[in-house]
Design a protein around this ligand. Structure first.
Ligand code: AMP
Ligand code: GLY
Length: 431
C-alpha cells in the first residue's frame, strides 16, 4: 500500500516510523526532517500549511491513503486536497477540524448537543464586555479562538492577577482577531485522551499527561509541550469514572458531528481536566498530540496503516495497546521558549541512545553540511518505555544524555517526585 504523510515534526517521525513497518511511505514536509526523509520512498518539500502547494507537490502521483498530521495543515484544508487527488484519507476535513481551529465552534457544538464538560464561557468582541465577563467569572482563562501552537492562552493566577491585565490581554486579542473567548478558570489535573474515529465509532488510546509549562515544577510560560507520560489505561491520579466520563464525551462529540452532517474521521484529541466537579473539557484537537503521539504510538500493537485504512473506509478496527509505561522528554534549544537559539549544531550518539533502550524522534531540526541544526522550536523527543514509570523515566533521561549541544530538557517529567505532587493535589481537590 502507498501511503502519504504530511508533516515533519517528532510526532510525524513517530507516525512515519510506525506506518513504514508495513507500507510504502512517502511524505510532504515543510522542512526536511532527516529521519522522515530516510523512512520515505519519495519526499517533497513545500509549505505544508498551503493546501494547494501540497496538491501541486504530489501532482501526477498516486497514493492509496493519505494522512495530514499538523493542526495548521488540517486548518488549511490539506485533507480535502488529498481526497480530491483520489486517495482515501484518514485525517479530518477542514470542516471537521474546525473543532480545533475555532474554539467558539467547539463550545457551541457541545452546547447545542447538550454534551457535558464545558466551563462557564463567553465569546466577546468589545473590551467593556470582556471586563463584565471577567468580573462575573472571577478567575478566568483568556483564549484566542484560533490556533496558537498552545501558546496563546493566559490564565488568572498563573499569567496575570489584576483585572486590568486580563482586560488588556482580552482587548489585544479583540484588536487582532475581532473576538476573544473568556472561560471560567478550571482547577485540577489535566490529561490527554485521544481516540481514532471513523465518523461514527471511536477506539480510545491510553491517556497521557503532557507538561505545557517550560520549567521544572510546572512553572514558567506555556510551550507546545515539554514532555509527557502514560501508565496504561489510567494515569496515577485518574479514577475509572474519570476515564469513562472522558470517553463518553469523546463519543458524544463524534455522534454530534455526524448528526450535523460534518463527520469527524481521524484522530480526535480531548484535553480534559479532573476538577472538584468532575471531568471538564479544555479543548479538542483534530490530530495526535505532540508529544503525546510518541507515547501512544510506541504502545500500539497493531498496524497503524490498517487503523488508518479502517478510519478512511468508515469501518473502524479496534487496535490493541500495551499497558506499559512511557515517558517522553523534549530536548529544546537554549533560551526556549522566549529566545531560543537557532541554527546551533547538536549531535546524537546513536549507539549510546540505542544501548540505553531509549528512542529519539527528530522534531524541529534540519540537516546542513552533514550537521544537525536547531530551528528554535523543540528539537528532539526522547522516549523511554518500560513496565514501570520509574524505569521508563530513567531510560528517557539516559537517552537525553547522549544528545550534545546547546539544548536542555525538563528532568522532572515522569519522576515519582513530580507525579507524587500531582497525586496529592488531585487528592485535595477531590476532597
Ligand atoms: P489550550 O490551548 O486551550 O489547550 O490551553 C492551553 C492551556 O491553558 C491548557 O492546557 C490549560 O493548562 C490552560 N487552560 C486553558 N483553558 C483553561 C481553563 N478554562 N481553565 C484553566 N486552565 C485553562
Ligand atoms: N501536547 C499538546 C498538543 O499537541 O496540542
Amino acid at each position: 500500500m502507498k501511503v502519504l504523510i504530511v508533516g515533519n515534526g517528532a510526532r510525524e517521525h513517530a507516525i512515519a516510523e510506525k506506518l513504514a513497518q508495513d507500507c510504502e511511505l512517502s511524505s510532504v514536509m515543510s522542512k526536511k526532517n532527516p529521519a522522515i526523509a530516510q523512512l520515505s520512498k519519495d519526499y517533497w518539500i513545500c509549505d505544508t500549511e498551503d493546501a494547494e502547494a501540497v496538491g501541486k507537490a504530489i501532482a501526477g502521483r498516486e497514493f492509496d491513503l493519505g494522512f495530514a498530521s499538523p493542526d495548521a495543515s488540517l486548518a488549511a484544508g490539506v485533507s480535502d486536497v488529498l481526497a480530491r487527488s483520489g486517495m482515501l484519507v484518514a485525517s479530518p476535513t477542514k470542516a471537521a477540524a474546525r473543532i480545533e481551529w475555532d474554539k467558539s465552534f467547539m463550545r457551541s457544538l457541545l452546547e447545542r448537543h447538550k454534551i457535558s464538560g464545558s466551563p462557564l464561557h463567553e465569546v466577546v468582541n468589545a473590551a467593556e464586555d470582556a471586563r463584565r465577563v471577567i468580573r462575573d467569572f472571577g478567575a478566568v482563562a483568556v483564549k484566542p479562538l484560533g490556533l496558537t501552537g498552545g501558546k496563546g492562552v493566559k490564565v488568572s493566577g498563573d499569567h496575570f492577577h489584576e483585572i486590568d491585565e486580563k482586560v488588556a490581554y482580552a482587548q489585544s486579542l479583540i484588536e487582532k482577531d475581532g473576538s476573544v473567548l473568556i472561560e471560567e478558570k478550571l482547577v485540577g489535573e489535566e490529561f490527554t485522551f485521544q481516540c481514532f474515529s471513523d465518523g461514527s465509532r471511536i477506539a480510545v488510546m491510553p491517556p497521557v499527561q503532557d507538561h505545557k509549562r517550560a520549567y521544572e515544577g510546572d512553572l514558567g510560560p506555556n510551550t507546545g509541550g515539554m514532555g509527557s507520560y502514560s501508565s496504561g489505561k489510567r494515569l496515577p491520579f485518574m479514577e475509572e469514572a474519570d476515564r469513562e466520563e472522558a470517553q463518553k464525551i469523546l463519543q458524544s462529540v463524534v455522534h454530534a458531528m455526524k448528526k450535523d452532517g460534518n463527520p469527524f474521521r481521524g484522530v480526535l484529541y480531548g484535553q480534559f481536566i479532573i476538577t472538584a466537579n468532575g471531568v471538564k473539557i479544555i479543548e479538542f484537537n483534530a490530530r495526535f498530540g505532540d508529544p503525546e503521539a510518541m507515547n501512544v504510538i510506541s504502545l500500539l500493537q497493531d498496524s497503524l496503516t490498517d487503523v488508518f485504512l479502517s478510519i478512511a473506509e468508515g469501518q473502524l478496527s479496534r487496535p490493541a495497546f500495551s499497558d506499559d509505561c512511557t515517558v517522553v522528554k523534549y530536548m529544546v534549544p537554549e533560551g526556549y521558549p522566549g529566545k531560543p537559539l537557532k541554527d546551533a549544531a547538536v549531535s546524537i550518539d546513536a549507539a549510546g541512545v540505542e544501548g540505553s533502550g531509549a528512542k529519539v524522534y527528530y522534531a524541529s531540526v534540519y540537516e546542513q553540511g552533514g550537521k544537525i541544526l536547531t530551528t528554535g522550536s523543540r528539537a528532539f523527543g526522547v522516549l523511554g518505555r518500560a513496565a514501570s514509570l520509574d524505569a521508563a523515566e530513567r531510560i528517557a533521561e539516559k537517552g537525553c544524555s547522549f544528545i550534545k549541544g546547546p539544548v536542555w530538557h525538563r528532568s522532572d517529567i515522569g519522576t515519582s517526585a513530580l507525579i507524587g505532587k500531582k497525586l496529592e493535589r488531585m487528592h485535595s481537590i477531590r476532597g
